[in-house]
Design a protein around this ligand. Structure first.
Ligand code: ADP
Ligand code: MG
Length: 762
């Protein structure tokens, strides 16, 4: 292989021979260049994988050795005919014996003299001759034959530098040394990554790298340079070094995200938007609501109306627990927009786009908007994957069922073709368009789009959010809404460009569900209670952690209840007199919508749900987001120990919308005290944000609902426990952008961010 100089952008293939399979795996892992693999960080450092020189092996060690394999041999035991393979591995300090039972193929996989990595426990076979003698320690070393029994063995291309010398095994058989364990994929083992990185490091590539974090910031926060941090993260001598290195990379990631967000904010502040000034009109409009606003809703609406007046685009996040009434806020803001004339015009309206993550939710918002806007005769369109609808309709096809119109026609919607709907949206005749992702397709053009609402914001990526806004010459105002309670540090990071409005109170009279932890022997009792509720016309959700039953052949798969078998069991054995239905994330959108239609007892809680076709809906956590079925007052959560606290809270929110008394039964299969006490904190807590913080601290960021979708690495997620670090990164990013928006004084940083963003856009 060539010994040319390796640089950050050298292709890995130029330094390491790759099979086609490995090549594919690396592409999938997005590891193609030297700089990529250097930033492929260990997930942990293997205690079990202590690399040692052979001469320092002791009986009982869990150790890794590297060496040359020889004397490969397979025999069978005399009596039981078990295959025994033996070999010897040698490094520059000594030899050790390896034994495998019943794995005769092993001897065939390696050639005499192959380089291998051996990992396993070291045991000693007492030498018969010395067994009865009293011997000194040093003699014992000689007379005991050390061996690895059934160890893991892997071929390696070279012995990592210093394995039997400096790097890992110090002269005293150093046990502080840590062996990094990397995220793997088929064909690319942790070990392979390790060796490749060591090879890269040994060829002085680190000296060619330029640190994207400005020097003064490193100094200020006492963070290691890029070069030091890379060595410390990939080949730490001490745990503390690895930790400091991780801290640096976590800071770096958050800092870079913050720079992007602060930039967005900076740009947005300079763009122009439609000016909307409708305070008095909105005041009247909300008076038509069937309820008074909570003061949190009032405050949020005022904040939005203030933003609307500035002539620059609003970027606001509305965070509110489930049931806190975000739709009402969105509706009031929409009213302000659609009752504004386009500039220099005598008629027409500014337009609103309302994007929901699922068809079910889009349909629900469509219905809500019809209800809220019924008096105003403002046309509303709905566009989803399965079709288009328009309100009002002259020919009645479907009623807004939430709010049946006594006179018949005026509240009806009609199905229309998508092209027709899009035509009306494009010429401005339909001022409000509600929909799913279909809204951001190229074919959707507005005449005067002034305001975009994104519901359940965390389901959409930042890029989607940006693309939605960037399509337009005049930047629309943007309201993102989320019910996912997220910790403050995470909100500051991923929504760093947004201003925040909190709906931190529920509408009055809302009953917090009575939440009970149910132990296995209390199950029957709960079913009895549920039966009574169902008899009086209420409905129930049953949440299961999995869709299907685990493979019965696989023994140690956890036996959590599945939607499939639980639906069957409840229908046949427990509630034969009621209708049990099911819904999972795997179903097609149209199937899901159909189930929801049959479950929704249209007519609201007042009707007592008399139109329902399903009494009990068994579901996965797909119902987590936004479903509004006021007649459903019971939620049973099976295997609750498998859900994060914030997620449980969201699930509980599904039964929080009615005037009937709601119940939440938490079935826990675990006797683990820690689990039970965690669940107890859920029965007490009333606020999702508190629970999200608790999740972050107790279980780690990976357990936050939807954590993966935020596009933050596990490393940075860990750092989110540290509010000081997040605030520092934000502060520095803000300063930098304010002082030097184009990063002219920081060319390395500018270049780095530009390249990073190109990769992200791919
Ligand atoms: P979310 O914040 O979860 O999206 P919604 O907007 O769907 O909540 O509102 C939940 C329910 O509360 C709806 O039925 C809505 O009509 C009702 N609601 C909203 N605001 C109020 C209020 N101020 N007082 C009483 N009920 C309200
Ligand atoms: Mg909602």
């Amino acid at each position: 292989m060539s010994l040319n100089i390796i640089k950050a952008d050298t292709i890995i293939e130029q330094i390491q021979r790759l099979s086609p399979f490995q090549k594919k795996a690396l592409v999938k892992m997005r590891l193609t260049k030297v700089s990529d693999i250097l930033r492929h960080f260990p997930v942990r450092y293997g205690e079990s994988g202590l690399v040692k020189a052979i001469e320092f092996l002791n009986e009982g060690d869990n150790a890794v050795v590297f060496g040359k394999i020889s004397k490969l041999k397979t025999t069978k035991t005399f009596k039981s005919k078990i295959a025994i393979s033996t070999a010897e591995v040698e490094d520059s300090t000594g030899k050790v014996k390896i034994v495998w039972f019943s794995q005769p193929y092993i001897a065939k996989m390696f050639f005499e003299g192959s380089l291998v990595r051996i990992e396993g426990r070291v045991s000693a076979k007492k030498n018969k001759l010395t067994k009865t003698k009293t011997i000194s320690d040093s003699e014992a070393r000689v007379s005991e034959e050390l061996n690895f029994t059934n160890p893991k063995i892997e071929k390696v291309t070279q012995i990592p530098e210093g394995t039997s010398g400096s790097l890992f095994a110090g002269s005293e058989g150093d046990s502080h040394n840590l062996f990094p364990v990397y995220p793997e994929s088929r064909g690319i083992s942790s070990n392979w990554i390790y060796h490749t990185i060591q090879k890269i490091i040994s060829r002085n590539v680190l000296d060619t790298l330029k640190d994207p974090i400005p020097q003064e910031i490193l100094k200020k926060y006492n963070l290691p340079s890029l070069k030091t941090a890379l060595i410390w993260i990939h080949a730490p001598r001490k745990k503390e070094n690895a930790e400091i290195a991780r801290k640096r990379f976590a800071f770096e990631e958050i800092f870079f995200i913050q720079i992007d967000r602060q930039k967005e904010k900076f740009i947005a502040q300079r763009e122009n938007s439609f000016t909307i000034e409708k305070e008095a009109e909105v005041k009247d409009f909300v008076k038509s609501f069937p309820f008074p606003l909570t003061s949190a809703q009032d405050k949020s609406i005022k904040a939005i109306l203030n933003d609307f007046k500035t002539g620059h685009p609003m970027s606001r996040l509305l965070e509110g627990d489930v049931g806190s009434g975000k739709t009402a806020v969105a509706t009031a803001a929409s009213f302000a927009a659609v009752s504004t004339l386009p500039p220099d015009r005598k008629f027409g309206n500014l337009q609103v786009a309302y994007m929901a993550p699922t068809e079910i939710l889009a349909e629900q918002h469509f219905e809500s908007f019809i209800e809220y806007f019924s008096k105003y005769k403002i046309p509303i369109g709905l566009i989803t994957g399965s079709g288009a609808k328009k309100f009002p309709s002259k020919t009645s096809q479907g009623q807004s069922l939430k709010c049946p119109d006594p006179k018949g026609l005026s509240l009806a919607w009609t199905k229309i073709s998508k092209p027709q709907l899009l035509k009306w949206v494009a010429n401005g005749e339909i001022p409000i368009l509600i929909g799913t992702h279909s809204l951001i397709q190229k074919t959707v053009k507005f005449k005067n789009l002034a305001f975009i609402i994104i519901d359940e914001q965390h389901r959409f990526g930042v890029k989607q959010r940006m693309s939605l806004r960037r399509k337009h010459d005049i930047a629309p105002h943007l309201l993102s809404m989320t019910a996912t309670p997220i910790p403050r540090t995470l909100a500051l990071t991923i929504f760093g460009d947004l201003d925040l409005s909190l709906l931190d109170e529920l509408p009055p009279g809302r009953q917090i569900p009575e939440t009970k932890i149910i132990l296995p022997h209390q199950r029957e009792e709960v079913y009895k209670q549920v039966r009574e509720e169902l008899k009086s016309g209420r409905q129930a959700f049953v949440i299961c952690a999995r869709v299907n039953d685990p493979d019965p052949d696989k023994e140690n798969t956890l036996n959590a209840k599945s939607v499939k078998s639980e639906t069957k069991r409840l229908q046949e054995k427990i509630f034969p007199e009621f209708n049990v239905g099911s819904i999972t994330g795997k179903m097609k959108p149209s199937e899901k919508a159909d189930v929801m239609r049959r479950f929704s007892a249209r007519g609201g809680s007042a009707s007592g749900g008399k139109d329902k076709k399903i009494d009990i809906l068994v579901a996965t956590s797909v119902i987590e987001v936004g479903i509004n079925v006021p007649n459903a007052t019971i939620i049973i959560i099976e295997n609750a120990e498998r859900f994060g606290l914030a997620q449980l809270h969201q699930l509980r929110g599904r039964v929080l919308r009615s005037s009937f008394k709601p119940h939440c039964f938490v079935f826990a299969d675990s006797k683990n005290q820690k689990t039970i006490s965690r669940l107890k904190s859920f029965t007490i807590a009333k606020n999702g944000f508190e629970l999200a913080e608790a999740d972050l601290q107790q279980r780690g960021a990976g357990d936050l609902a939807g954590a993966k979708q935020w596009g933050v690495s596990d490393l940075a997620m860990e750092a989110l426990k540290n509010i000081k670090m997040v605030e520092a990164a934000r502060e520095e990013a803000k300063n930098l952008i304010e002082k030097d928006f184009e990063l002219k004084k920081y060319p390395i940083l500018a270049k780095y961010l530009a390249e990073k963003n190109i990769v992200h856009m791919e």
